[in-house]
Write a protein that binds this ligand. Structure first.
Ligand code: ZN
Length: 162
């Protein structure tokens, strides 16, 4: 039987619980596809799924060091609302990408919005949290060469849909 390993596209149903609250779940929707070995999901969950098979259920508690890291301790920075695309919804918890000093995309999150000022942070909203994952492996397939190039999965059959 195929096992979850490097360069496989894996579909999972998952529920993420933090501090006793469900913060994210695929329940009632489509399973989440990810490309194993390409930083699509947090390292702690990826490690726990490695070597599992279709139908396998995994419960894992992931420390911040294997999850979203520790908070940086720096206060969120205020930027004007019009620094964001006008049609982009701007809400706390949303993720955007900016260019870092090396010109690489770096994620930022919106910490809060006050009037026309948007406070951004480099800290993931779940930084410093222990992540409780409840996961079921739905299916496993080989990635296409295009998916490997992009570093993420495409549609159910590997065709490009975005
Ligand atoms: Zn792509």
């Amino acid at each position: 039987m195929t096992q979850v390993a490097e360069n496989k596209v894996v579909l999972i149903h998952y529920t993420l619980t933090v501090d006793g609250q469900v913060v994210d779940s695929s329940d009632g929707g489509d399973p989440l596809p990810y490309l194993h070995g390409h930083d699509n999901i947090v390292p702690g969950l990826e490690n726990a799924l490695s070597g599992t098979e279709t139908g396998k259920k995994v419960q894992v508690s992931v420390d911040p060091s294997e999850g979203y890291g520790q908070p940086s301790g720096t206060a969120p920075q205020g930027v004007p609302r019009d620094a964001f695309p006008e049609d982009a919804p701007v809400q706390p918890g949303m993720q955007f990408f900016v260019q870092d000093q090396g010109g690489n995309p770096a994620p930022i999150w919106i910490a809060k919005v006050e009037g026309e000022t948007v406070f951004i942070t480099q800290d993931h909203p779940l930084a410093g949290k222990t992540l409780e994952f409840d996961v079921e492996v739905v299916s496993i397939r080989e990635a296409t060469s295009e998916e490997l190039q992009h570093g993420h999965p495409h549609g159910p059959d590997g065709t490009h849909s975005h």
